[in-house]
Design a protein around this ligand. Structure first.
Ligand SMILES: C[S@@+](CC[C@H](N)C(=O)[O-])C[C@H]1O[C@@H](n2cnc3c(N)ncnc32)[C@H](O)[C@@H]1O
Length: 303
């Protein structure tokens, strides 16, 4: 099996799946209910139409959100998930999870899957290579469904705002580094220093008034500074936030514009089977949630 070279993005996702609570299978754990319901509905319809015992490969599977949904609805499917993260949750014997696998370079024979899926993952990869690997590993009449981040989606919009707040917190002269400096100097927190840190906090609060992460980090910092093992905990908090910065930065550059989604659709063309590429919307809103890319008229043949 080919192992991915660990890069900064991979490290950030490895960190996420290593530290995510066992019950959380999704990369957007706080998604609003209508978003979750929309995605669940799409996958439920898709799984419903798959032939019995089909082999399904989920690309960039992460916590296995798509695979868990598939297993619940269609326990007959043979499920495999790959991800470039070095550590993935164990989903039990029935689901094969392969960490450290780059979706641009899949360790599978040609035409070895009836179905390929991906939710918010393919767009992080090199699109021409990802498309070429999907076509290679998919059986002749295989089907795929890819849900990709849309550049104008609420997920991207909210995360980009959160990213700005995170960048302020992580800046060299930002709150976190200044607190770490104070602790590193092993100085008792003099009133002057306290005032200085409070001013820093107010400045960042004013700059990002709608970002709860600022107050969450401030509260965590205070509780860490008043407890034992202060330096280690502060550095660990700094690392958690730095890893999130990398993940959101990657999301920001990976989310697809219309022309990119159409290019991907073009690169995925296999035969005369039409590929649907459309934006999907949360019901009752005019904001796109994601791209939906699906060779809908294909139907996998199972011997
Ligand atoms: C936003 S998460 C989506 C995870 C999961 N599909 C879900 O819906 O919850 C993106 C995932 O894609 C993975 N990923 C990013 N680039 C990749 C690549 N080139 N090859 C394989 N996996 C990749 C990341 O490690 C991460 O787990």
């Amino acid at each position: 099996m080919k192992k991915n070279r660990i890069n900064k993005k991979t490290e950030a996702w490895t960190h996420y799946w290593t530290t995510a609570p066992p019950a959380s299978s999704s990369c957007i754990p706080c998604a609003p209910v209508p978003v979750v319901e929309l995605l669940q509905g799409i996958w439920a319809d898709f799984f419903y139409n798959l032939p019995r015992n089909a082999t399904l490969l989920d690309l960039g599977t992460g916590g296995g959100a798509v695979l868990r949904a598939a297993q619940t609805r269609r326990p007959d499917l043979q499920l495999t998930g790959v991800d470039s993260a070095e550590v993935l949750p164990d989903l039990g014997e029935e689901i094969t999870m392969l960490p450290g696998v780059c979706l641009e370079d899949l360790p599978f024979d040609n035409e070895s899957f009836d179905v390929v899926t991906s939710q918010f993952a393919v767009e992080y990869a090199s699109l021409p290579q990802a498309a070429s690997e999907i076509k290679r590993v998919l059986s002749k009449k295989g089907v795929f469904l890819l849900i990709c981040h849309h550049v104008d989606s609420i997920i991207v919009h909210d995360n980009v705002k959160r990213l700005a707040a995170i960048k302020s917190l992580l800046a060299g002269s930002g709150l976190l580094n200044k607190v770490i400096d104070v602790v590193r100097q092993k100085k008792i927190l003099q009133p002057k220093k306290q005032e200085y840190l409070a001013r820093l906090l107010r400045t960042v609060q004013l700059k990002h008034p709608d970002q709860p992460i600022i107050n969450e980090v401030a509260a965590l910092t205070v509780s860490i500074m008043t407890g034992p093992d202060c330096m280690r905990k502060l550095l660990s908090l700094h690392r958690d936030i730095e890893m999130e910065e990398r993940r959101i930065s990657a999301l920001k550059v990976s989310a697809l514009q219309l022309s990119q989604a159409q290019n991907l659709r073009h690169q995925l063309s296999l035969s005369e089977i039409p590929i649907q590429c459309k934006a999907i919307y949360v019901p009752g809103t005019e904001t796109p949630l994601a791209w939906y890319i699906h060779n809908e008229h294909g139907s996998p043949t199972i011997p």
